[in-house]
Design a protein around this ligand. Sequence first.
Ligand SMILES: *[C@@H]1O[C@H](CO)[C@@H](O)[C@H](O)[C@H]1NC(C)=O
Ligand SMILES: *[C@@H]1O[C@H](CO)[C@@H](O)[C@H](O)[C@H]1NC(C)=O
Ligand SMILES: *[C@@H]1O[C@H](CO)[C@@H](O)[C@H](O)[C@H]1NC(C)=O
Length: 401
Amino acid sequence: MAAAAQRLVAAVVVLVACLALPAARGLNITAMLNGYPDYKMFNKYLSETKVCDEINARESITLLVLGDGPMSTLVLDADQSLAGIKNALRLHAILDYFDPKKIRGLPDADTMTDTLYQAGGDAAGKMGNVKISTLDTGKIAFASANPGGKYEATMVKAIKQMPYKLSIMEISAPIEFDGLFDTPSATNLTRLLEKAGCKRFASLITSTGVLKTFEDAMDKGLTLFAPNDDAFDAKGAPDVKKMPSADLVTLLKYHALPSYNPKPTLKTVSRAMRTLASTASGKYNITVDTRGDAVTLNTGVDKSRVAATVIDDTPVCVLTVDNLLMPVELFGDAPAAAPSPDDAAPAPSPSVADASPPAPPPADAPSKPADHKEMKASSAVALRSVVLGALATAVCSFVLL
Ligand SMILES: *[C@@H]1O[C@H](CO)[C@@H](O)[C@H](O)[C@H]1NC(C)=O
Ligand SMILES: *[C@@H]1O[C@H](CO)[C@@H](O)[C@H](O)[C@H]1NC(C)=O
Ligand SMILES: *[C@@H]1O[C@H](CO)[C@@H](O)[C@H](O)[C@H]1NC(C)=O
């Protein structure tokens, strides 16, 4: 008796530990769907919109996939807008496990489910439930639970069942509702930034012309880290008015990635990433550190939390950060000490370009040991997570046996 109880407790503890370790789950929906050419287009959009990263991070999901025909309909309905398609794909991901057997056994005619569409982001709290029913014809059907939602999407076949983690079913038609494809637009970056409390950043990118660089990158993918207005007054923040203009341009470009990385995607990367300031040799890279739900950007000099999402308009997203991101290549020597040589020089005008030549050598020197330290630290973290992951997987499979 006691032994059995003890075993049960141990099993529960280990199971909880397994659930808490997403790494042990290791779902890769993209790789899984690659085995089904019928859903190639669906899978392609899942990757382009990065909805795959959100699915991989979930403990329990039912994905309703579409063949290329119905998927083309959805793309047309969305006016080919990636942001609109993203909304629809998130509506097709139900945050619970349902397979045909479970659905046929459901007590109610209409079973309401929550979807990824409602989770986080702009749609948080909005309508966007999907209802499930078994029709008189015996077919399993899905519809938007919004007023007017009709059961037009029926199950074609069940594709994969991993109770109670993942279920994939093909449906005959996309689930849609009025307003599903409405998305905020990132057409005017400055206005967006001003509204989000990043006026000073907006005005700097406009006056330096960096705005144009950002706009040019928007077609291919852009992630902008916008410091809020307070960040410029924070202790240790550089005096941007005194910076040589070339350095200021670099600093501003350093606040953007030339790729689309919404917050759920940043949570899956823990490594150095290229910024718009990055050189071929990888200078001005930024390191993304993830811990649970928190994403931190590490410049080698300072760290900043990624705070809120201002806009997610695939392939562009704007996120706010608490601090200015100070690249080690520019601010490698103690940031507080940097302005003092300028102060000593009797040049009250902002054009202290002569202050820049002596700056690079001391800036370069400490950058190397800093990089080195960081690499050692990050490889230790990586090693630890590999060991932990392996341990958890081993224990989990042992208990499940
Ligand atoms: C998932 O699999 C795809 C295709 O095999 C691969 O390109 C991608 O990097 C994988 N993603 C993760 C998070 O491992
Ligand atoms: C974008 O918004 C800013 C600030 O609201 C405004 O000054 C500017 O004219 C707008 N740009 C365009 C192209 O509409
Ligand atoms: C910079 O980031 C890119 C993209 O992640 C990576 O391939 C490269 O190795 C990085 N370089 C350095 C020096 O960190």
